[in-house]
Design a protein around this ligand. Structure first.
Ligand code: NDP
Length: 459
């Protein structure tokens, strides 16, 4: 029988890779993990975590403003961008260390350097050859910039956390998660933000009501939305970066920084996938079956490199399924499976979006008849805050089963609120169950259990 150096070799120390390596080692497998960059991947270093920290920072701006209505007097403090960057960097380094320590204490051998596949069971890391019975590719993704004149002048989300100096004028291109979040965050931190998106609504794929409502709320906070617009060219001028749009009547804009947030591509280059015979699809993502196995039986892949749902908790869920399949479930537990239905998600715009289940358009297509419940209100806090912010909540119910199949919110803490409702929806909660649930008063969240009358005509 062939012997291998390791039972599992993980390429990539992001959320999915680290989780798989740790869990496999805890099951008694001999595991190595190779990472060329900082431990923790996109989420920890240039994604979810620093983004959320900056979002918290940005929310203080509105809190200071709103506090006057509650009797707080005096001028608001100023943002010290260098201090925020330094504090973020310190916390991220701490997390890098925590990840390394978790791997160490689980008994995973960590290898620092670029890993290349040599064949179905062999990997090279920094000139050293290792063999493994199974290899897991969890190399994530990276931002892409389309081929626009002046593309060398723009930055991506990877660069946003350490901009020097703080961009007083920022132009964001794109209408997805990353574009909307950074537009909101930098607006809150004090930049003048223009967001250019090629469609007439932000956030393709989300509920149309949510998309319209968010655009209106973001505009109120000061983000200048330029919808249905495409960039023609970016040029360096003495006053800053000049951005011309294809429709000359819009713009030009002169800004300090142009952020392109126009999607991400899977990190598959330079991994030796061709040498190992691993199939990738037209977008460069590794193709996997329902067991996360690639076209080569000993090679598995999960998370953003498979470009399905690019969300950290999805990669974590997939990692645990792979480990259960390869090494058996944890003692006393059934093997895990991964369901892609009713995955909740939040967009940390200001205000937040929280959503789970179908959009209204999807629900109308999927179910013969649905009822829509919708509430659009001014939260209690804003009776004194002087803010004009409004909150949107929406429920979609399949009339045949009474099951709540879509739940959407735009408003403060939507991500926090929707997580709990996602549990109920996974469990198949009906509208009758929502109606029989007692609200927590006074909260915004109680509105989800007090919406009694469906809206009359489709929105
Ligand atoms: P998205 O795919 O969400 O959005 C890309 C945006 O760029 C879309 O608005 C798209 O327009 C636009 N676009 C694409 N190509 C071009 C082009 N050539 N010119 C102009 N505009 C273009 O990608 P993101 O980069 O925002 O985020 C990647 C993924 O990361 C997300 O899908 C999400 O899964 C994940 N993420 C999750 C977060 C969270 O959970 N809070 C936060 C950040 C990221 P169109 O609508 O026309 O396609």
């Amino acid at each position: 029988m062939q012997t291998f150096d390791f039972d599992l070799f993980v390429i990539g120390g992001g959320s999915g890779g680290v989780r798989a390596a740790r869990m496999a080692a805890q099951r008694g497998a001999r595991v190595a993990l190779a990472e060329a960059g900082a431990m923790g991947g996109t989420c920890v270093n240039v994604g979810c975590i620093p983004k959320k920290l900056y979002s918290y920072a940005a929310h203080y701006a509105e809190s200071f403003e709103e506090s006057h209505g509650f009797g707080w007097v005096g001028t608001a403090p100023q943002l010290d961008w260098e201090l925020l960057k330094a504090n973020r960097a310190r916390e991220i380094s701490r997390l890098n260390g925590v990840y390394l320590q978790l791997l160490d204490s689980a008994g995973v051998q960590t290898l620092r350097g670029w890993a290349t596949l040599l064949d179905a069971h062999a990997i090279d890391v920094a000139g050293q050859r290792y063999t493994a019975q199974n290899i897991l590719i969890a190399t994530g993704g990276a931002p892409t910039i389309p081929d626009v004149p002046g593309r060398e002048l723009v930055v991506t989300s990877d660069d946003m956390f350490d901009l020097n100096p703080f961009p007083k004028r920022l132009l964001v291109v794109g209408g997805g998660y990353i574009a909307c979040e950074f537009a909101s965050i930098f607006n809150g931190l004090g930049a003048q933000v223009t967001q250019v998106h090629r469609r007439d609504k932000l956030l393709t794929g989300f509920d149309d009501d949510v998309r319209r409502f968010l655009a209106s709320e973001m505009s109120k906070t000061g983000v200048k939305l330029q919808l249905g617009a495409e960039v023609a060219a970016i040029t360096q001028t003495a006053e800053g970066l000049r951005v011309d749009l294809k429709d000359g009547s819009q713009g030009p804009f002169v800004v300090d920084t142009v952020l392109y947030a126009t999607g991400r591509r899977p990190n598959t280059r330079g991994l030796g996938l061709e040498d190992a015979g691993v199939a990738v699809n037209a977008h460069g993502a590794i193709e996997v079956n329902e067991r996360y196995q690639s076209s080569v039986a000993s090679l598995y892949a999960l998370g953003d490199v498979t470009a399905r749902l690019q969300l950290t908790p999805v990669a974590l869920g997939e990692a645990m399924v792979v480990v259960d399949q390869l090494f058996g479930p944890a003692a006393g537990k059934a093997p895990r499976s991964m369901s892609y239905d009713f995955i909740p998600t939040a967009v940390f715009t200001h205000p937040n979006i929280g959503t789970v289940g179908y959009s209204e358009a999807e629900a109308r297509e999927k179910f013969a008849s649905i009822s829509v419940y919708r509430s659009d209100f001014k939260a209690l806090r804003h009776t004194l805050s002087n803010s004009t912010e409004r909150t949107l909540m929406k429920l979609l119910v399949d009339d045949a089963s009474d099951r709540v199949v879509g739940l959407h919110m735009v408003g403060p803490d939507a991500g926090e609120i929707v997580q709990g409702f996602a549990v109920a929806m996974k469990a198949g909660a009906t509208k009758a169950v929502f109606d029989s649930t007692i609200g927590i008063h006074p909260t915004a969240a109680e509105e989800f259990v007090t919406m009694r009358e469906p809206v009359k005509s489709p929105t």
